[in-house]
Design a protein around this ligand. Structure first.
Ligand code: NAD
Ligand code: TYD
Length: 338
């Protein structure tokens, strides 16, 4: 099976390609990735001599680049996106172009190429903040950040291409991923790498925001299963194994790394910060999906990975500064207590 993967030089896409090619010996992958700040060829350096893998540099919003990359593909797995909520607060324009227009360009090309299976990778953030209970796939969308709104728009576009054009598209909505190769602006890698340097982690607001933590390899396994077993036109939630607030994640990581309590710095809250995400994953589990990685074991493996791969993340942090992107932009607010 020849698969077009978009955004495969990013965090989840690179983990997915590695998983897919190790599991499906007959598969080949063309990886269409524009190499934005979040993309990194080093994420798949181990595959550079594998004849089943090829990276094509190109923008998903460019119809010509998409047309060439999709030639001969039987399936598409679409990860490429602008993904960081804090950046979308500061400037939403790239989010709309890549996440909405880019998805539309891919959907149109997929119709022309008669793609048999299109996995549109989305997020639990489209449901907005859920004070209690668990979001089901049919729940209304109430995105609160420009990032989440751009993903919700592309989810609705996917639905319309299924209804109107019979595009065999499946939408997946995953919770917060963690694991190797995650860009160190997201909470967990920022925390781990800051602490390795004795720097504080900037905690937004009261730190009682709840997230559902999913190990990236389990996410890759779920998508792999949906290529075979997912139903076109359907949406599948992909949740994690550890549902907790940010203070608890800090505690878990702090204990694992042997770091003092002082290395957390309360800062002003993120505007529009969602209090709680929670997914009902019974639909995915009914297809036979089981998580393979327990949270603590996966967190320990992730910390070990960042300890062993300093040559991977140090240049990225040097380029972007060690503080979170949001704190860096709002330097004056960094010291503000919630
Ligand atoms: P990432 O930011 O690590 O990587 C994004 C990749 O897309 C990069 O390699 C980048 O170069 C590429 N890209 C960006 N714009 C592009 C464009 N216009 N054309 C081609 N390539 C482009 O992202 P990630 O965290 O791996 O997320 C991948 C997908 O999973 C996204 O669609 C995201 O919304 C979704 N998702 C992420 C999480 C999470 O916790 N990270 C959770 C649920 C869903
Ligand atoms: P993040 O990794 O940005 O994912 P998302 O906002 O998409 O869930 O953040 C995870 C949680 O950690 C979220 O509640 C925001 C919080 N956070 C901080 O407290 N400080 C930080 O520097 C960052 C980046 C995130």
């Amino acid at each position: 099976m020849k698969i077009l993967v978009t955004g495969g030089l990013g965090f989840i896409g690179s983990n997915f390609i590695r998983h897919l090619l190790s599991r499906r010996k007959q598969a080949s992958v063309v990886n269409l990735d524009a190499l934005t700040y979040a993309g990194n060829p080093a994420n798949l350096a181990d595959l550079q001599d594998d004849p089943r893998y090829r990276w094509v540099k190109g923008d998903i919003a460019d119809p010509k680049a998409v047309e060439a990359a999709m030639a001969g593909a039987e399936a598409v797995v679409h990860f490429a996106a602008e993904t960081h909520v804090d950046r979308s607060i500061l400037d939403a324009s790239r989010f709309l172009r890549t996440n909405i227009v880019g998805s539309q360009v891919l959907f149109d090309a997929a119709l022309r190429h008669e793609i048999g299976r299109f996995i549109h990778v989305s997020t639990d953030e489209v449901y907005g903040s859920v004070p209690k209970g668990f979001s089901k796939e049919g729940d209304r969308l109430e995105p609160n950040s420009p990032y989440a709104a751009s993903k919700a728009a592309s989810d609705l576009l996917a639905r319309s291409y299924f209804v109107t054009h019979k595009l065999p598209v499946i939408v997946t909505r995953a919770s917060n991923n963690f694991g190797p190769y995650q860009y160190p602006e997201k909470a967990l890698p920022l925390m781990i790498t800051n602490w390795m340097d004795g720097e504080p982690f900037p905690l937004y607001g009261d730190g009682l925001q709840v997230r559902d933590w999913l190990y990236v390899v389990d996410h890759a396994r779920a998508i792999d299963l949906l290529i075979d077993k997912g139903q076109p036109g359907e949406i599948y939630n992909i949740g994690g194994t550890f549902h907790c607030n940010n203070r608890r994640i800090i505690e878990e990581t702090r204990r694992l790394m042997g770091v003092s309590e002082g290395l957390v710095k309360p800062v002003a809250d993120r505007p529009g910060h969602d209090r709680r995400y929670a997914l009902d994953c019974r639909k995915l589990k009914a297809l036979g999906f089981k998580h393979e990685y327990a949270f603590r074991q996966a967190l320990a493996a992730t910390v070990d990975w960042y300890r062993a791969h300093q040559s991977w993340w140090r240049p990225l942090k040097k380029r972007g500064g060690y503080k979170s992107y949001y704190s860096r932009q709002y330097g004056g607010r960094l010291a503000a207590k919630p």
